[in-house]
Design a protein around this ligand. Structure first.
Ligand code: HGY
Ligand code: MN
Ligand code: MN
Length: 423
């Protein structure tokens, strides 16, 4: 356990690291934007490699672009402990989402090494490639590949420029075929995975708690609805005789919001894009694309939401003389954390005297895919005003240091804890 001065030192080290990696951002975009496949992201990966090496970890990049730092344990053949997160951001994103899990994992490795604490097994600290959702509609690229869940079909997905995901991998210097083959289960047996992350919501701050132990991670259903109406002169077509695709889409945006507001427990629904094909301001829109997503830790509600939305949106569109096509895709299913990992983290927090609460995650994380490889858990630290995915995203460095202490001590406890595979 760190002394108070060591805790201060760790908080300062984490704070300066957060500042340094945040300098790698796309100058033309708001906030701290570091998109996957961007030059800012490419350059920041060199910084992360060096940060892991400076902490005394043995570093390599796997075929899926994941940067892996290894702290050797007493038995290198024992299934490894893994921690990590991501350093790519959303457009206009902040400085903490994912980053605290990577820098926190590196800090944990540093503290274990400098304190001479030998784990019985290797500790792998990972900066997973491309966690944020991207124009390909696919989040968690690196952890998805590690879990063997990235498919050749995924590589054929094209973005709005018509560039395939496979081509983007190649342009970034990664071999798409090798990426598909980087399934960790074939080569790296794992004991447990634990991710430190900001809450990205207001609960911990409102409850004045420094720690959350995650119970489950929301499933995400993504929707592309295409509304087809009839093009007309906007100035001459009578209002009572139009098939206006934009009006039908606007009704659908509100139907999505009502569905999210009606969730009995945990559920949210958001429309994030509405695009009209027509570029002229004086034509009644005839083709409009709506991109929405529905999330919940309640799998039954989530699947019911898809059916309810399809029925309501189609009925409303019909009243406007507009057809609508739905394409649903599953970004990830609902995933519960492993009871043994959750309870170990809770026991450690209690021992350390860190107040905590059980908390669901509305955000998805690399932990979802790592859960297919090993017993998985997550610990949250507070987000100021619950803000995230925006420049205002902030977590006090002392909270980050507290999270790292909980992470480090839980990893030590997990090292000698039997974790039956599927609990
Ligand atoms: O979308 C999410 O929940 C995560 O930030 N990728
Ligand atoms: Mn994240
Ligand atoms: Mn995010």
């Amino acid at each position: 356990m760190l002394t108070p001065s060591q805790t201060t030192e760790a908080a300062e080290r984490l704070g300066s690291g957060i500042g340094e990696i945040s300098d790698y951002r796309e100058a033309s975009r708001p906030g701290w934007t570091r998109d996957v496949f961007s030059e800012a992201y490419r350059e920041s990966r060199q910084w992360t490699l060096q940060r892991m090496s400076d902490a005394g970890l043995e570093v390599h990049t796997d075929d899926a672009g994941n940067i892996v730092g290894r702290l050797p344990g007493m038995n290198p053949n024992a299934p490894a402990l893994v921690t990590g997160s991501h350093t790519d951001t959303v457009d206009g994103g902040g400085r903490f989402d994912g980053i605290v899990g990577v820098l926190g994992g590196i800090e944990a490795g540093r503290q274990l090494r400098e304190s001479g604490t030998s784990l019985g097994r290797d500790l792998l600290v990972v900066d997973f490639f491309g966690e944020e959702s991207n124009p390909y509609g696919l989040s968690c690229l690196g952890s998805r590949a590690a879990a063997g869940e990235l498919s050749t079909g995924d590589l054929d997905r094209a973005d709005y420029r018509g560039v395939s995901l496979g081509e983007s991998y190649s342009r970034f210097g990664l071999d798409p075929a090798a990426t598909l083959g980087s399934h960790w289960a074939r080569s790296i047996p794992l004991h447990a995975f634990l991710e430190l992350h900001i809450e990205q919501g207001p609960t911990l701050e409102q409850r004045e708690l420094p720690l959350g132990i995650v119970t489950g991670i929301a499933g995400i259903q993504r929707l592309l609805a295409v509304f087809t109406g009839s093009p007309d002169h906007a100035g001459t077509r009578p209002m009572t005789d139009r098939a206006d695709a934009m009006v039908a889409a606007a009704e659908a945006v509100l139907a999505v919001r009502r569905e999210g507001c009606g969730a009995p427990n945990h559920g949210v629904a958001t429309t994030t894009r509405l695009e009209s094909e027509s570029r002229s301001p004086n034509v009644v829109p005839s083709l409009v694309r709506m991109t929405s997503e529905v999330r919940s830790v309640d799998a039954d509600w989530l699947s019911g939401a898809k059916g309810r939305l399809a029925e309501e949106i189609r009925d409303q569109a019909r009243q406007h003389g507009v057809d609508v096509d739905f394409t649903w895709s599953t970004d990830n299913e609902v995933v519960q954390t492993h009871t043994g990992v959750h309870d170990t983290a809770a026991r450690v927090a209690d021992t350390l005297g860190i107040p905590w609460m059980p908390i669901p995650s509305g955000a998805t994380h690399d932990a979802v895919h790592m859960a297919t490889l090993a017993p998985m858990g997550m610990i949250f630290i507070p987000s100021k005003a619950g803000k995230s995915h925006c420049p205002e995203e902030w977590t006090d460095f002392t909270d980050v240091a507290t999270g790292v202490t909980a992470l480090t001590q839980t990893l030590i406890a997990l090292d000698h804890t039997e974790l039956p595979r599927h609990v």
